[in-house]
Design a protein around this ligand. Structure first.
Ligand code: GAR
Length: 196
């Protein structure tokens, strides 16, 4: 069985889209794959409630608990890796996981680590992508599923979705339009990777 581990920080709507698609398309039978754990760096997120309702193991590794360490980022990533590796993931899926990962973490999961970013990469890496796309006068925006490297929001592009930017868009209305597309391309990209 190919285990999928998904990392979230918040609402987890992309994670939910992947879980729902896995259920609907019966990935266990068709792809010999299952979502085996959802790990969040924040307690009490909507995403964890959804995961529990769907019978998926949940874990919280709170990054704030490592703030006093001499190397807090490394300590957090080491704790995270220990939890992830209990599930021996075939694929590690970042779904709104809002932490910068250390090079050691990225190297450990090389070839099986993917992310979704709310812009048409390589444009608008980093934060506030929708506001920046509107500010730049873009006529189109979108989302990108990509492999993760130790350079933020870089790595081979696996899938993209494009949406129009409307004249009266705010960052929120554009984000909502992009998010509906994220929910389509991310499960599809995950399934395509599992099929190989
Ligand atoms: C999504 O729009 C995702 O692309 C973005 O956060 C949102 C998470 O929503 N990710 C990033 O900005 C990563 N740099 P979700 O928790 O409902 O899936």
């Amino acid at each position: 069985m190919k285990n999928i581990v998904i990392l979230i920080s918040g609402a987890g709507s992309n994670m939910a889209a992947i879980v729902r698609t896995a259920e609907k398309q019966n990935w266990t039978q068709r792809l010999n794959a299952r979502v085996s754990a959802i790990i969040s760096n924040k307690a009490d997120t909507e995403g964890l409630v959804f995961a529990k309702e769907h019978g998926i193991a949940t874990v919280v590794v709170d990054h704030k608990a490592f703030a006093g360490e001499p190397q807090p980022r490394e300590a957090f990533d080491a704790a995270l890796m220990a939890e992830i590796d209990k599930h021996q993931p075939h694929l590690l899926v970042l779904a709104g996981f809002m932490r910068i990962l250390t090079p050691g973490f990225v190297a450990h999961y090389e070839g099986r680590l993917i992310n979704i970013h709310p812009s048409l990469l390589p444009a608008f890496t980093g934060l506030n992508t929708h506001a920046r796309a509107i500010e730049a006068g873009c006529k189109f925006a979108g989302a990108t599923v990509h492999r993760v490297t130790d350079q933020l929001d870089h790595g081979d592009i696996l899938a993209q979705a494009v949406v129009p930017v409307l004249d009266d868009d705010t960052a929120d209305t554009l984000a909502a339009r992009v998010l509906t597309q994220e929910h389509l391309i991310y499960p599809k990209a995950v399934a395509a990777l599992l099929a190989h």
